[in-house]
Ligand binder design. Structure first.
Ligand code: GLV
Length: 331
C-alpha cells in the first residue's frame, strides 16, 4: 500500500482474511459488520450511511437504495470477479466506480470446476458416504461404476479467464476441448490454446462434460434449460461454477430425475443458499457451497486486490479493475 493515507470511512460488509483487514485498517477508518453473517438490509443501509467507500460481497445486494443511503459514496469495491449483485447502471448514473477482483481467482475456480467434474464422474461422494457409513462390504466388480474422464470431450460454455484455464487442465487428462463463446477467438488463438469452436447446441451435443464459464447477465439467464440439457444427453454431465441463474434449476432437477443427463457438479445455485426442491437428495449430483475461490491464498489475494481498488479510488487514482470505466472518463 502507498504511504499516502487516503482519507475516508469504509464499510466492509463481512470480515475478510487478516492481510486485507490489516491493509485497510492502516489506511482508512474501517467499519466492519460485527456479525458473523451477511448484514440484514437495515444493517447494510445503516452501515454504509456516511461512508466514502463500500467493500461488498457476492451475498450483498447493492442497489440504488444502498447507494442513496450513502450520498458521499465514491467507490463500490466488490470482493468477487462477478458483479451481478451490484446494480452497475445505478452506480454509473451516480458517477460511482464499481470494481471487482479478476485474475487472482482464475486458477482456484478452474480447480474447483475440475474437482466437481472428477467427483461426479467417478462417484467420489457416493463412495465416501458408503465407506463413512460403515456399509461397505469390500471391492465389487459392479460397484459405483462411473464414467471415464480421460479422453472424454470437455465442452466449455464461455471462454473468459476461467474457461481458458480449464483447457490445460483438460489436456492433462487427454481430453478434447470444444468451446462456445459470444465472440469466437481468432484461428491462431484457437490453435494455440487447443480448443475448437462450435455453436452452443453442438458443444453440448459433443461434450461428455459441459462446464459453464459465462457471466450472469440478462442474456445468459437460463441459457441452460430443458432443451440444452436434452442436447447434453444421457451420458452428459453439467458442471457449474459460474452463477446459478445461468441454469434453469427446475429443468435441471427434471433432467437429473429422468436420466436426460447423467449427473451434475454444482457450486452455485439460482437462489443461494436455497436449492430447488429435489436437488438435495439426488445421488447423481455433487453439491458444493459456492467454494470456487475458497482457498486461503485466493481469498487473501482477492481481499488485497479489493482493498487496493478501493484505496486507489479514494486517492483519486484509477483502480486496476473498474467494471464501469465510463464514470472515470476513460476507456
Ligand atoms: C465468486 O463467485 C466470484 O464471482 O468471485
Amino acid at each position: 500500500m502507498s504511504a499516502d493515507r487516503p482519507r475516508g470511512a469504509v464499510f466492509l460488509t463481512r470480515a475478510l482474511p487478516p492481510e486485507p483487514m490489516a491493509a485497510l485498517r492502516e489506511s482508512v477508518d474501517l467499519h466492519v459488520n460485527p456479525h458473523d453473517r451477511t448484514p440484514t438490509r437495515a444493517e447494510l443501509l445503516a452501515g454504509v450511511h456516511g461512508c466514502d467507500a463500500l467493500l461488498s460481497l457476492v451475498t450483498d445486494r447493492i442497489d440504488a437504495e444502498v447507494m442513496d443511503a450513502a450520498p458521499t459514496l465514491r467507490v463500490i469495491s466488490n470482493y468477487a470477479v462477478g458483479y451481478d449483485n451490484v446494480d452497475v447502471a445505478a452506480a454509473s448514473a451516480r458517477g460511482i466506480p464499481v470494481t471487482n477482483t479478476p485474475d487472482v481467482l482464475t486458477h482456484s475456480t478452474a480447480d474447483m470446476a475440475f474437482a466437481l467434474l472428477l467427483a461426479v464422474a467417478r462417484r467420489v461422494v457416493e463412495g465416501h458416504d458408503l465407506v463413512r457409513s460403515r456399509a461397505w462390504r469390500g471391492w465389487e466388480p459392479l460397484q459405483l461404476l462411473g464414467s471415464d474422464v480421460s479422453g472424454a470431450t470437455l465442452g466449455l460454455v464461455g471462454l473468459g479467464r476461467i474457461g481458458r484455464a480449464m483447457i490445460p487442465r483438460a489436456r492433462g487428462f487427454g481430453m478434447d476441448v470444444v468451446y462456445w463463446n459470444r465472440t469466437r477467438l481468432a484461428a491462431e488463438e484457437e490453435a494455440r490454446l487447443g480448443a475448437t469452436y462450435a455453436p452452443l447446441d453442438e458443444v453440448l451435443a459433443r461434450a461428455r462434460f459441459a462446464s459453464i464459464h459465462v457471466a450472469s447477465t440478462p442474456e445468459t439467464h437460463h441459457l441452460i434449460g430443458a432443451e440444452a440439457l436434452e442436447r447434453l444427453g444421457p451420458g452428459g454431465y453439467l458442471i457449474n461454477t459460474a452463477r446459478g441463474p445461468i441454469v434453469d434449476e427446475h429443468a435441471l432437477v427434471e433432467a437429473l430425475e429422468r436420466g436426460t443427463i447423467a449427473g451434475a457438479g454444482l457450486d452455485v445455485y439460482e437462489r443461494e443458499p436455497e436449492l430447488q426442491e429435489g436437488l438435495h437428495d439426488r445421488p447423481n449430483v455433487v453439491l458444493a457451497p459456492h467454494l470456487g475461490s475458497a482457498t486461503h491464498e485466493t481469498r487473501a489475494a482477492m481481499g488485497m486486490l479489493a482493498a487496493q481498488n478501493l484505496l486507489a479510488a479514494l486517492r483519486g487514482e484509477r483502480p486496476r479493475h473498474v467494471v464501469n470505466p465510463e464514470v472515470l472518463g476513460g476507456p
